[in-house]
Design a protein around this ligand. Structure first.
Ligand code: GDP
Length: 627
């Protein structure tokens, strides 16, 4: 009687060609996997080889006290034909270094550690007042966008009225001689995301509540985020122009949430505004400045700049652009900056009015060009005066990110309830690269919502920018498909993807992506499998073989036992173990199968407790049609 047991099969999806990928380039023909270091190796650890990124053959040879010729010979033994100027990877260097008795250590630039900690302590006497940085939050439709717009238009700068503004994610307004910085990406999602990544880009939260609607779920959510960030809150009671406006209700409802209005003896300022009619805007700005006066937000402008990325995108003409808010220090055109995992040299700086600057002071939002890649919103940037240090930090961060991403991928599958093997079958890993954050986010949400009989999409990475080799590496490591939305890979990247079998799919319409992915997931649905018992054997003798384990001498009592069978050990009718065969032999020879009436020797993977009289039941999984 076949036992009906449904097993999902391993990923059979051919559509996206995720099979057949070599694990890394070393498994390709032409590169013999380095054999383990020979016995006669000199003891490792006596000598130290200092590794720097991008070392070429000659430099490595020098570091290992070898001639170029013998270095090249050693590489040839590993299957690598290299010239003296060719850059070799760390793994290969390590193999040769080990062979030569060297221990490999990464170069440490002491400055890097110092800078990368980002905790340069300023002397209090160097600290001067800086403008407050404000984020606007609140329930949808309560008027956040309208308010930010009204504030933007309230600034009185000569020649600015009617001027063309561009959205760069943040802007500054002047009230008298004081400036206030507003983050122009309303919504607590952005706020929290940045906070989660360690960025402190908000000094004050303006909580917008529509006077005709009162406290709503997202009001409370926003409040929770603001409270968690421990920043002062100003309530803007909006839509006061409306007949149905009821500011008292807003006060009562917020008081219930712990926000006691100043008017009632509490600490929280409530300002009545109409964003639409531009009423109460100046009062709101004054309240913000008052808080700023009391809390004394300060920074040291006389040091290299440090701050946060608010927004970033790939501009067709200008390349990667990022809006930064300088938290401390002064950023200059020409400064080298490390920004997230990339770096660059500030080429231009401009604000939302397209006014050019050659320096940006603390709290100033500024859009910069000159970066090598598009960073992510929430990334921290730091300026340096040394290009070498900048590059080194960026490369260290990149490798750190790679490590953590690979770990994250593994973690996802391990943590999930299906266990490692099955969970990878239930997920389609995807990497999204696109031209603007907005469409990437939309696409990510859309794809993550797809669920076809438990099969879903796992977005491993989503970021703005062209498809790079690092994306291909990650896709390969996580068996992911790369999706380019309005971005294309270069020929070199395409070639890299082809060589490891990573599929790149390019789109310019969001719903098309979703359609294709859904279709792919449907195609990926595992066929249903049925377990068919093929035969049984009885254990007549057992032998313990050192290093191999227990071998059972068996007699096949029914059907056939195949080498690739799944086996069950039955002892007195009870299943003692389930697993796979580790070996199947007739006399001394490995065989593919043994039929009824013959004797055989077999062993079971990870099971050494076979006893005389045990019955080995062998089965196989067979695909069945389901209607
Ligand atoms: P958000 O979702 O919080 O960004 O809200 P919006 O700024 O998009 O505003 C939602 C709607 O409320 C829009 O139709 C606005 O015109 C309207 N609105 C915003 N502020 C006011 C206001 O002060 N008075 C009135 N009457 N309508 C407003």
């Amino acid at each position: 009687m076949p036992i009906n047991k449904k097993f999902p099969k391993s990923n059979t999806n051919k559509k996206f060609g995720s099979d057949n990928r070599s694990e890394d380039f070393k498994t390709k023909p032409g590169f013999k996997k380095p054999s383990s270091p020979k016995k006669e190796n000199k003891p490792v650890g006596e000598k130290i080889f200092i590794y720097r990124p991008d070392m070429n053959v000659a430099q490595v040879a020098e570091g290992l006290s070898l001639t170029n010729a013998s270095m090249i010979k050693k590489l040839m033994q590993l299957g690598l034909m290299a010239s003296v100027n060719q850059i070799i990877d760390r793994d290969t260097i390590e193999v040769i270094a080990l062979d030569e008795g060297f221990k490999v250590q990464d170069e440490v630039i002491t400055d890097v550690t110092r800078y990368d900690e980002m905790s340069i302590n300023d002397d209090p006497k160097d600290m001067v007042k800086r403008p407050p940085i404000v984020t606007v939050m609140g329930h949808v439709d309560h008027g956040k966008t309208t308010l930010l717009d009204a504030i933007r238009k309230s600034r009185v700068v000569e020649g600015e009225a009617g001027g063309i503004t561009q959205h760069i994610g943040a802007y500054q307004v002047m009230r008298g001689t004081d400036a206030i910085t507003f983050i122009d990406t309303p919504g607590h999602a952005a706020f929290t995301e940045m906070r989660a990544r360690g960025a402190k880009v908000t000094d004050i939260v303006v909580l917008v509540v529509a006077a005709d609607d009162g406290v709503m779920p997202q009001t409370i959510e926003a409040l929770d985020h603001a409270k968690a960030a421990k920043v002062p809150i100003v309530v803007a009671v909006n839509k006061m122009d409306k007949q149905s406006a009821n500011p008292d209700r807003v006060m009562t409802e917020l008081a219930e949430q712990g926000l006691i209005p100043e008017a009632w003896g509490g600490k929280v300022p409530f300002v009545q505004v109409s964003a639409l009619k531009k009423m109460g805007i100046e009062e709101l700005l004054d309240v913000i400045l008052l808080i700023s006066e009391i809390d004394e937000f300060k920074a040291n402008p006389n040091r290299l700049a440090k701050g946060t990325v608010i927004e970033a995108s790939l501009d067709k003409g200008r390349g990667p652009v990022a809006t930064l808010i300088v938290e401390t220090g002064t950023l200059h055109v020409g400064d080298y900056i490390v920004i997230g995992n990339t770096y660059g040299k500030v080429r231009t700086m401009q604000d939302d009015l397209k006014k050019r600057y050659d320096r940006a002071l603390p709290s100033q939002p500024i859009e910069v060009t000159g970066l090598n890649e598009v960073p992510q919103a929430g990334d921290i940037f730091m300026a340096f005066d040394d290009e070498r240090v900048t590059k080194q930090i960026a490369s260290e961060r990149q490798s750190r990110v790679k490590d953590s991403e690979v770990k994250a991928v593994k973690k996802t599958s391990l943590d999930s309830m299906f266990g490692e093997i099955e969970s990878t079958e239930k997920e389609l890993n995807i990497i999204i690269k696109g031209d603007v954050q907005g469409s990437i986010e939309a696409l990510k949400h859309l794809l993550e919502k797809i669920n076809i009989d438990g099969f879903h999409v796992n977005v491993v990475r989503s970021s703005v920018g062209a498809i790079t080799e690092s994306d291909v590496t990650l896709a390969n490591a996580s068996k992911a498909i790369l999706i380019g939305f309005n971005v294309r890979p270069t020929a070199a990247v395409k070639q890299a993807a082809d060589s490891v079998g990573v599929e790149i799919r390019l789109y310019n319409i969001i719903y098309r992506v979703a359609e294709d992915i859904e279709a792919a997931l449907k195609g990926m649905l595992a066929p249903t499998f049925e377990e068919i018992v093929t035969g049984q054997a009885e254990v007549r003798e057992t032998f313990k073989v050192s290093k191999v384990g227990t071998i059972a001498g068996c007699y096949v009592t029914d059907g056939v036992i195949k080498r690739d069978a799944l086996v069950r050990v039955l002892r007195n009718g009870i299943v003692a173990y389930e697993g796979k065969l580790a070996s199947l032999k007739r006399f001394k020879d490995d065989v593919k199968e043994v039929k009824f009436g013959y004797e055989c020797g077999l062993s079971i993977e990870n099971f050494n407790d076979l006893k005389i009289g045990d019955i080995i039941e062998a089965s196989q999984m067979k695909e069945v049609e389901v209607d």
